[in-house]
Unconditional design. Structure first.
Length: 206
């Protein structure tokens, strides 16, 4: 059974990115995966302190807060879902806090190591980025996914997919879009069995 961890970056538990993530998780569960979800806004944690202790005296982040359990769950997962709305052209502060703390997964001296050897997590994990964008222009904010996909390849997430919906501004907009839910379901089923190298790299609805 594949282990999937889902991180909800939105402060709104019934927001559009959360609804899209629920559809992905529901399909993954139905397909046989074990899914654990963390609403980051409900947790109390600090951002990365730049102390570099995870590169000197510890294999894990030395900060002890609510994110400790999340980082440990991701350490043992087969697939990771990161869901976020677009706030000021970026992921939410809640999700960015986790992303910064995932620096602890990189080995000491990682810039000088071969790409496949930089991560303490090993390789072969799956990443799904779920983005809800209120703005209807599909050519805006397209830099979000490739930026983080690039860094998470360093961390061993060698297969990744994007599920993105634009013009989902009001609560319930994403759930009212049949094509968004269909794409979410397909992504969840793929995560339950493992993302294939020849799968489509992105799904998006304008």
């Amino acid at each position: 059974m594949r282990k999937i961890v889902c991180l909800l970056g939105s402060p709104r538990p019934k927001g559009n990115s959360a609804a899209m993530a629920r559809a992905v998780c529901g399909a993954a569960t139905e397909a046989g995966a074990s899914v654990r979800t963390f609403p980051l806004n409900d947790l109390r944690f600090s951002g990365c302190q730049g102390c570099l202790a995870c590169k000197k005296k510890s294999e894990t982040c030395v900060l002890k807060d609510d994110l400790t359990e999340v980082l440990e769950a991701v350490r043992h997962c087969d697939g990771l879902i990161m869901a976020t709305p677009v706030y000021f052209g970026e992921v939410t502060a809640q999700l960015k806090g986790f992303i910064d703390r995932s620096f602890c997964y990189l080995k000491p001296g990682y810039p000088h190591l071969p790409r496949g050897e930089r991560s303490r997590l090993g390789t072969g994990r799956d990443l799904a980025f779920v983005i809800a964008q209120g703005h209807p222009k599909v050519d805006l904010f397209t830099d979000i996914y490739p930026r983080y996909e690039y860094f998470y390849r360093w961390l061993g997430f060698t297969q990744s997919r994007l599920l993105r919906a634009c013009a989902v501004y009001h609560l319930g907009d994403a759930e009212a879009r049949a094509e968004v839910l269909e794409q979410a379901g397909a992504l969840g089923r793929e995560l339950a069995t493992g993302l294939a190298a020849d799968s489509p790299p992105a799904r998006g609805a304008g």
